[in-house]
Each structure stands twice: as structure tokens, then as C-alpha cells.
Design a binder for this molecule. Structure first.
Ligand code: GLP
Length: 260
């Protein structure tokens, strides 16, 4: 069973994850961090700024993004590239040449997946991978039916995901139909997965991912195959889980030295 930690608010949860990352980069300055876009990880990035303000140094760390839309220009503020630059690279002081986002340029798609996988390999893999979860149970942009062995590749977005993400665009028809995303196989190679979810809209997807059967119909259920996963929730995202008493007991007994 995956470890599930439940906090009162996204702010509490974000600080806990940020404390863990700060501790990890202090111990290993060349930490390789897998970063997610979307709103879920923002409390983590916000709390990491406080660590940077008191001297935690990310200048030797690397970051790999999970996914990118196909066809947005790299400086389009809605692209993953721009979001990672704005929320992670600049405020945390990473070196831009060590921050990698899959290449969503339609001219380069044929080789984009392989190139991205090669970069992860050259960095000796991802140490800590942050993950959000979509309403369809997707992680990164691995929509239902994605192979558990999949690597970085082009995928078509479902209508549900395009609707969910339309809030970042002026109109639904501006949301791209395609993306390039790390595969489930790519994500499962990271050494530690931290899946976060906040709010009631995520409760059913969290339940399916954590307590449901392992199935490609719920891509996030792939986390059950990983040896080191931490699921970090607020009360609302945890509200549909069956074993909350067990998770809370385990959380209260967890020794501080264990970190996440
Ligand atoms: C997008 C991203 C995912 C993200 C998910 C949830 O589809 N590709 O990486 O986890 O949305 O987004 P949010 O955190 O905004 O709810």
C-alpha cells in the first residue's frame, strides 16, 4: 500500500513536501527534480522560495518537466516551458541549461521523445518526481489506456482534459489537442514519486489511483507498482478513501527522521 499523508490544507502539505526537497538538495546539491505543472504543486514551489531565502541552494540541481503542449510557442505563458521558468527556474535559482522540458515544436516531434529520455539518462535519472493527478486519473498527460511501459511520446488529449485545462486559456478551442509527455514507464523510473492532490474534485481519482485495481484505465494507479511513493493530500482530496484511519495512524507513528 502506498504511503498516504493527509494534511489539513494544501499549504501544510506544500510545506512538508518543500521541507523534504530542501533537505534533499542540501544533502545532494546535484539533485534531479521532476517538476509538474498545473495548480497542485504551486504550494510546494511557494514554500521552496522560503528555503531559498534562507540559503538553500538549487544552482547545481536539475529539473525535468513532465509534459508540454504541442504547438505553443516556447514563450507562450501557457506552455509548460514558460510555467516551469516562472514557478521554478527563476524563483529557485536553477541554471536554465539544467532545466528540461519536452520539445513540443511540431517540426521536431519525431525525435523529441527520444531526445528527452536521453537527457534524463544523462542526468542519471530523476531523484524526486512531483506528480499531480488529472480528473481522468492521468499523471503527466498519460490519459486512460496509456501503457505502463510507455516512454516520452506524443499523445492526444481527451476532451475531459482539454475542458479541465481550458481555464488556463481564453477559450476551449485554444487548448491544443496534442501534447508530448513522459510515459508511465519514464515516471516509474524516478527514484521517489510524490503524488499530490488537493480539493474535492480530485477525491475519486485519488481513491481509484491509491486503492483501486492497478489498471491502465487509471494511469495514476501505476504508482502502486513503484517501491517508493508518497501520496500527499488535503482532507478533501482524501475524503473518498476507505482506509483513512490506517493512513492517519501510520502518519502519526512515522518517525521524524524518516522524512517523506
Ligand atoms: C495537467 C497536467 C498534469 C497535472 C494535471 C492536474 O493535465 N498535465 O501534470 O497533474 O493537469 O492539474 P492541476 O494540478 O492543475 O489540477
Amino acid at each position: 500500500m502506498a504511503e498516504v499523508l493527509i494534511y489539513e490544507t494544501p499549504g501544510h502539505a506544500g510545506r512538508t513536501v518543500a521541507d523534504h526537497i530542501a533537505h534533499s538538495v542540501d544533502a545532494k546539491p546535484q539533485l534531479v527534480l521532476g517538476v509538474a505543472t498545473g495548480s497542485t504543486p504551486l504550494p510546494v514551489y511557494g514554500a521552496l522560495r522560503d528555503h531559498v531565502a534562507v540559503g538553500i541552494d538549487f544552482s547545481q540541481a536539475s529539473a525535468f518537466a513532465l509534459d508540454e503542449y504541442v504547438g505553443l510557442s516556447p514563450d507562450d505563458p501557457r506552455s509548460s516551458r514558460a510555467a516551469v521558468h516562472r514557478e521554478v527556474t527563476v524563483p529557485l535559482g536553477l541554471s536554465p541549461e539544467r532545466v528540461h522540458v519536452p520539445d513540443g515544436d511540431p517540426q521536431h516531434l519525431e525525435t523529441a521523445g527520444q531526445r528527452f529520455e536521453a537527457l534524463i539518462e544523462a542526468a542519471h535519472g530523476v531523484d524526486i518526481q512531483l506528480l499531480g493527478i488529472g480528473g481522468t486519473g492521468h499523471i503527466a498527460f498519460n490519459e486512460p489506456g496509456s501503457s505502463f511501459g510507455s516512454l516520452t511520446r506524443v499523445k492526444t488529449l481527451t476532451d475531459r482534459t482539454r475542458h479541465d485545462n481550458a481555464r488556463f486559456f481564453d477559450a476551449l478551442d485554444e487548448v491544443p489537442h496534442q501534447c508530448i509527455t513522459q510515459g508511465l514507464g519514464t515516471i516509474l523510473r524516478a527514484r521517489h514519486l510524490i503524488l499530490m492532490a488537493f480539493g474535492p474534485a480530485k477525491a475519486q481519482a485519488v481513491k481509484a489511483a491509491v486503492e483501486g485495481p492497478v489498471t491502465s484505465s487509471v494511469p495514476a494507479s501505476a504508482i502502486q507498482l513503484h517501491p517508493h511513493v508518497t501520496v500527499v493530500l488535503d482532507e478533501q482530496a482524501a475524503s473518498a478513501l476507505a482506509y483513512t484511519d490506517y493512513y492517519r495512524e501510520a502518519q502519526s507513528l512515522k518517525p521524524v527522521w524518516q522524512g517523506l
